[in-house]
Design a protein around this ligand. Structure first.
Ligand code: ITT
Length: 185
């Protein structure tokens, strides 16, 4: 079975290719754009995105809306993560953290999967901290400033390790369990 991974973000597409390895599902990157509605909930963005894509006649795809939620910034950048990444970037996030009360944060990922005429929405979280500086060359987006073990950034750990602990890995495990329980795979 093939699933299109509809995302403009090549980093996400690479991760899904690896996360689906050995599952019997082939994940194929499809960079088709879709309108991301502005909402204060990732799930809402995904639900509306799926509706738009299904309305265009697409099926057998996944979409992913993710964000970095920093406690001392009251959840910022959260649902505005893509905009924050494009504008202030990791350096801007680190500047905002100067004088902030604490460094705890979490990544959240919401996956929408349209398969065999059914729509599924699952989520995953990964707790961690914002490091004092950018570290490492791997990964994408906020990976250089986020650490789940408090020491190494997501850009410093091997991709296979990120794929065991990340918000996306947790959401993927929920998706695979749901697909199995509905006998869709
Ligand atoms: P699509 O919506 O087209 O899939 P996007 O990059 O706009 O791509 P999001 O709307 O989900 O994705 O934006 C979330 C932002 O958070 C974006 O800047 C990502 O680079 C970043 N992000 C998401 N997952 C991440 C991860 O695993 N590691 C680091 N940064 C991540």
């Amino acid at each position: 079975m093939r699933l299109s991974v509809i995302t403009s973000n090549p980093g996400k597409a690479r991760e899904y290719a690896e996360l689906f390895e050995g599952t019997g599902i082939e994940a194929v990157h499809a960079p088709n754009p879709y309108d991301e509605v502005q909402s204060d909930r990732l799930e809402e963005v995904v639900r509306k995105g799926m509706g738009e894509l299904r309305g265009r006649g697409l099926s057998d795809f996944i979409i992913d809306d993710s964000g970095l939620f920093i406690d001392s910034l009251k959840g910022f950048p959260g649902v505005w993560s893509a905009y924050a990444q494009k504008t202030i970037g990791n350096a801007g996030i680190l500047r905002l953290m100067e004088g902030a009360g604490g460094r705890s944060a979490r990544f959240r990922c919401c996956i929408g999967c349209s398969i065999g005429g059914e729509d599924l929405i699952v989520s995953g979280e990964c707790e961690g901290v914002i490091l004092e500086s950018e570290r490492g060359a791997g990964g994408f987006g906020f990976d250089p400033v986020f650490s789940s073990d408090g020491e190494r950034s997501f850009s410093e750990i091997p991709q296979g390790e990120k794929n065991r602990v990340s918000h996306r890995a947790v959401a993927m495990a929920a998706l695979m369990a749901e697909l199995r329980s509905r006998s869709l795979i």
